[in-house]
Design a protein. Structure first.
Length: 393
């Protein structure tokens, strides 16, 4: 199983949720597209690319349950969140609601948009550990009022790995004409996604994480009711050329770029489906079962209860560990925390140890992908036991 990935065998890779990992056959597909493009750049860009991207959107739409016309192909989910935040027409006193579990870059996009307009970002404190999905629903809905112009919630939270009950949140808000933006960075490939059934206004997601497409493959989907007014991140030739609908003209061409990560999405869907006899359903289930088993090993070491119900877990799970007793580190956006560095330097384990919700509190977050085995997590628990010196409750 490991052989279809180019992962360093000397490392224990437990952070698939961080940046994904593309299987070698998918990277070969990307290389084929790149060679084809560079053999005749003019012909490829002007004649071939458009129809190929139409096909990608059709495949993607089938995978996540959305009509192909609503997709804007982008390079990461953060770009999609920024596009929606920039699109908002905010007045002083307006509010954007999000949760304490969101991704820092996405919260920053919301805050930037709010600051420019004199609006407010309301961060809803959803507890973790959490006893029930009801808590998340009630927390978000309680924070919404008649000044709320957008609610952004994660499908799967980045720091804590919680699968949020989107159906209940979205239906309650969209029925009140409050648009919802889903940060689905971790969702496609980890959990079943049906955007049309959700009835959501905006859905931004990565394909390079759990779908295992190459880096730089992501999308923003916009509901039909917003397409005639929505503007993509870049306005280029499509603004005043072509015969397609306005939304497609704007979304189809945002300048010269390397489209090969997008073009490789169908191959990623195919390759990953082949890693289990039951296809994607089997892949998702096997990953989830493995991460739940691994979570039990960690909570057993720490002698604590599981911090979230199994029904809120996909193939990403976080566990609180004892507070850091050292001085607060000064960290850049991609810097490793002290324990994360130590796990790598001393034990060759790649696992995030984020500070959350604030110093000195921290979590350890594990991922499970088809290249992982329970022995990987047993090694992690052994290392944690040494590092934490057998600390318990």
């Amino acid at each position: 199983m490991v052989d279809i990935w180019g992962l360093d065998p000397k490392l224990n890779h437990l952070n698939h949720g961080g940046f994904g990992a593309a299987p070698l056959p998918v990277l070969e597909e990307q290389g084929m597209w790149r060679e084809r493009m560079e053999a005749n750049p003019t012909g490829f860009m002007t004649s071939e690319l458009g129809p190929h991207l139409d096909g990608v959107r059709e495949e993607l739409g089938s995978f996540v349950g959305a009509d192909a016309e609503g997709f804007i192909l982008i390079h990461n989910a953060t770009t999609g969140v920024n596009a929606v935040a920039t699109h908002l027409e905010l007045d002083p006193g307006d509010r954007i609601v999000t949760t304490s579990h969101n991704y820092n870059a996405c919260r920053g996009a919301l805050q930037h948009a709010a600051d420019r307009a004199g609006a407010e970002v309301v961060v809803v404190d959803v507890p973790f550990p959490i006893g029930s999905a009801d808590v998340a629903v009630e927390s978000v809905l309680h924070a919404v009022d008649d000044r709320t112009k957008l609610v952004m919630v994660d499908h799967v939270t980045s720091p804590t790995g919680l699968v949020l009950p989107l159906d209940r949140i979205v239906s309650a808000l969209e029925s009140r004409a409050i648009p919802v933006l889903i940060d689905g960075a971790h969702a496609p490939g980890m959990v079943p996604v049906d955007i049309d059934a959700l009835g959501v206004s905006y859905y931004a997601a990565n394909c390079h994480k759990w779908m295992c497409a190459p880096k730089g493959a992501a999308f923003l989907w916009v509901a039909p009711r917003h397409r005639e007014t929505f503007t993509p991140p870049v306005v280029s030739h499509g603004w005043n050329t072509g015969e397609r609908a306005r939304f497609r003209r704007l979304a189809d061409w945002m300048g010269t770029d390397d489209p090969t990560a997008w073009l490789s999405i169908p191959r990623a869907i195919e390759v990953m489906a082949g890693l289990h006899p039951k296809g994607w359903e089997g892949v998702r289930r096997a990953n989830r079962e493995l991460v739940l088993e691994a979570r039990k090993l960690i909570t057993g070491l720490l002698e604590i209860d599981s911090p979230a119900p199994e029904g809120m877990i996909g193939s990403l799970a976080a566990v609180p560990i004892p507070d850091d007793s050292g001085p607060a580190p000064i960290l850049g956006p991609n810097d490793a925390t002290p324990l994360m560095r130590r796990m790598f330097d001393e034990y060759r384990i790649v696992v995030p140890v984020p500070i959350w919700p604030r110093w000195p509190h921290r979590l350890i977050r594990i991922s499970a992908q088809r290249y992982n085995h329970i022995a990987d997590y047993e090694q992690l628990v052994e290392a944690l036991g040494e590092v934490l010196d057998g600390v318990g409750p």
